[in-house]
Design a protein around this ligand. Structure first.
Ligand code: DAH
Length: 339
């Protein structure tokens, strides 16, 4: 019996020494001390030992068990420490490495330009309103003095939904919608998307944005229009900016004008940016046509008004010196990241 226990002990010790990992150690435990383990089967054989020998043998078995357990536990602790050390080595953090950059999004150049224009007009007491992108022919053309057969209707190559409904070709229908509500005086701007059946190139897109402006009150004159737009141009392009009103024609304003600003790049002496002229066109405007006021339920004998309309993309392109409108729509992060 003594020899048998000795053998079990030596065998177990050898196996513990050889065990290469925690799982192998556990296998040794099960093989020796487990329910069906070698030592356990010795205990089960105690009934064959002479009764007077039993206490002695029992003590021997217990001593062997305790020793194996102790050595197993030591080996386990050693191995765990080794594993931990290796993991720490593998997971070492180099605090001197440059940090990962957190890329946060930001506003599109169109949005930056729009918010700038809104800020300026809100500062002058204007309200920001919106109209529908899918619009009645009635508002897009008719109430703006553009009846069937009028050449302006052909000029603005229109997307028709049916004969009465169009994708609005301009934000000007917002003028008619606001005037019809009958709340006077009016001081509003109406930004939004417009649509024209145009081919895409550096300056055209079938969908772009305009900002409409409308003021209606008693005693509004062309001087108010000029003063307002001059102030706007100075705010947007800098205090040195000069403005020039060139006579033009729009069906819904009379008289009408196009507004140029002095080139903010060369100051007016002429450069590549203003194509040598010193001036850059930014918008159309005029005094609201009496017939338009009338059609929208406002008495032109009592009230007068002015209106203006500008292309948002054009403002963004000018402000940021971008030479191709397509860049605004392609969503190339290398482009957008620059603003
Ligand atoms: N709606 C015109 C266009 O798309 C722009 C415009 C011109 C708007 C004169 C106006 C205006 O309000 O008074 O070409």
């Amino acid at each position: 019996m003594k020899e048998k226990l000795q053998k079990i002990r030596e065998h177990a010790m050898a196996q513990i020494r050889e065990a290469g990992n925690l799982n192998a150690l556990n296998d040794v435990r099960v093989a020796v001390l487990g329910k069906k383990g070698e030592l356990t089967s010795v205990l089960k054989g105690m009934k064959d030992v002479a009764p007077e020998e039993r206490p002695k043998v029992g003590q021997l078995v217990n001593e062997t068990r305790e020793e194996i357990e102790r050595v197993l536990e030591e080996a386990k602790k050693k191995m765990e420490a080794l594993v931990r050390e290796e993991r720490l080595k593998a997971e070492v953090i180099d605090v001197t490495l440059p940090a990962k950059r957190n890329l946060s999004g930001h506003r599109h150049p169109n949005t930056i330009a729009l918010e700038e224009v809104e800020r300026i007009f809100i500062g002058m007491g204007y309200e920001v309103v919106e109209g529908p992108e899918i619009e009645y022919d009635l508002y897009n053309f008719e109430k703006l003095n553009i009846p069937d057969g009028h050449p302006a209707k052909d000029e603005q190559d229109t997307f028709y939904i049916n004969k009465d409904i169009v994708l609005r070709t301009q934000t000007s229908p917002c003028q008619a919608r606001v005037m019809e509500q009958g709340k006077l005086p009016i001081r509003m701007i109406a930004p939004g998307r417009v649509f024209r059946s145009d081919e895409v190139d550096a300056t055209h897109s079938p969908s772009f944005h305009q900002i409409e402006g409308l003021v209606v009150d008693k005693n509004i004159t062309f001087a108010d229009l000029k003063g307002t737009l001059e102030e706007f141009a100075k705010e947007l392009f800098g205090p040195e900016t000069r403005t020039k009103f060139r006579p033009h024609h729009f069906p819904f304003t009379e008289p009408s004008a196009e507004v140029d600003v002095s080139c903010f790049k060369c100051g007016g002496s002429g450069c590549r940016f203003c194509k040598g002229s010193g001036w850059i066109e930014i918008l159309g405007c005029g005094m609201v046509h009496p017939h338009v006021l009338e059609m929208c339920g406002i008495d032109p004998e009592q009230y007068t008004g002015f209106a203006f309309g500008m292309g948002l993309e054009r403002i963004a392109l000018l402000k940021y010196e971008i030479d191709d409108m397509r860049l605004l729509y392609e969503n190339d992060i290398r482009f957008l990241g620059q603003f």
